[in-house]
Design a protein around this ligand. Structure first.
Ligand code: 6GU
Length: 232
C-alpha cells in the first residue's frame, strides 16, 4: 500500500512513521509513504495557496490552482490512486471503511488547513470524503493519520499477530472486554479471579458479560444492534 499525504505541513505527519508498528511495516516494505505539498505547485509569485472566501465569511480558503495541479500530477502518475479528502463536512469514518480502504493499492489523503478547501477541488477529485467525528480540528492532518493508522492495521502483515484483529471492539457491535497483564496482584488490586483459573470457557463467558456491561455503559446506541446474553 502506498499513502500520499497531500498537505501544506508534511512535518505534522512525518513523526508518526518514525517508530512502532507503522515504521516496521515501512521497513518490511508493506507500506510506503509519500508527500505532496500544494505550495510546490502554486503559480503565485509568493507561493500563496489561500485567499479570502468569495461571497464573504470568516477565514482563508485554499485556492483551487495549487490543488488542481498537484492532484492532476498525482492522477497522471497513478490512475488507480484513491483520493480521500478530510473535512468535518463528511460522513464519519468507521471500522468498515478501514477494512475496505485496506484493499486499495494507493490512497492519497488531502488535508485542508484554514477554513477549508475550495469546493470545486472536492467536486473534481474526491473519490471519498471523511470526517473523524463531531468536533472541528485546525486541519485534516490528524484525521488523515488516524484513517491511515486504522486502515494499515487491516493490511496483511502489518500486525505481528493476525489474531489480534479478530476479537476487537467494532468488529462486533460490542466493545472489547478489559485486559490485564502481570503481576496477578498489584498494590492490592487483583486480576478478576476467573481470569486466573484457566477455564477458557468460563473466561470466555465472563469476558462476554464484561463486554456487554462496557457497551451498555459507554455505547448504549451500539448495544441496541445486539442481542444481549448476560444479565446486566
Ligand atoms: Cl477530517 N478535519 C477537520 N478539520 N476537522 C475535523 C475532521 C476533519 N473530522 C472531524 N473534525
Amino acid at each position: 500500500m502506498k499513502y500520499t499525504f497531500v498537505t501544506l505541513f508534511p512535518n505534522l505527519i512525518e513523526g508518526y512513521f518514525k517508530d512502532s508498528i507503522l515504521k516496521r511495516a515501512i521497513d518490511k516494505g508493506i507500506i510506503e509513504i509519500d508527500y505532496l505539498n500544494p505550495r510546490d505547485y502554486s503559480k503565485n509569485k509568493h507561493f500563496k495557496v489561500d485567499d479570502t472566501a468569495v461571497g464573504g465569511g470568516a477565514g482563508m480558503v485554499m485556492n483551487p490552482q495549487p490543488l488542481f495541479d498537484a492532484l492532476d500530477d498525482l492522477r497522471c502518475k497513478d490512475e488507480n490512486v484513491h483520493i480521500v479528502f478530510l473535512t468535518p463536512v463528511a460522513k464519519p469514518f468507521v471500522q468498515n471503511d478501514a477494512k475496505r480502504l485496506a484493499q486499495k493499492s494507493h490512497i492519497a489523503f488531502v488535508s485542508g488547513r484554514y477554513e477549508g478547501i475550495d469546493e470545486r477541488v472536492i467536486e473534481k477529485y474526491a473519490d471519498e470524503v471523511f470526517s473523524i467525528g463531531d468536533y472541528v480540528l485546525t486541519g485534516g492532518e490528524l484525521a488523515s493519520l488516524i484513517i491511515c493508522d486504522a486502515t494499515s492495521r487491516n493490511i496483511e502483515g502489518v500486525l505481528g499477530n493476525s489474531q489480534s484483529l479478530e476479537v476487537e471492539s467494532f468488529e462486533t457491535p460490542l466493545l472489547e472486554a478489559p485486559s490485564f497483564s502481570k503481576p496477578k496482584m498489584y498494590e492490592g488490586l487483583s486480576v478478576p479471579s476467573e481470569y486466573l483459573k484457566g477455564n477458557h470457557s468460563k473466561i470466555r463467558s465472563l469476558k462476554l458479560a464484561l463486554s456487554e456491561c462496557k457497551t451498555k455503559f459507554f455505547r448504549p446506541d451500539e448495544l441496541k444492534k445486539y442481542k444481549v446474553t448476560a444479565k446486566l
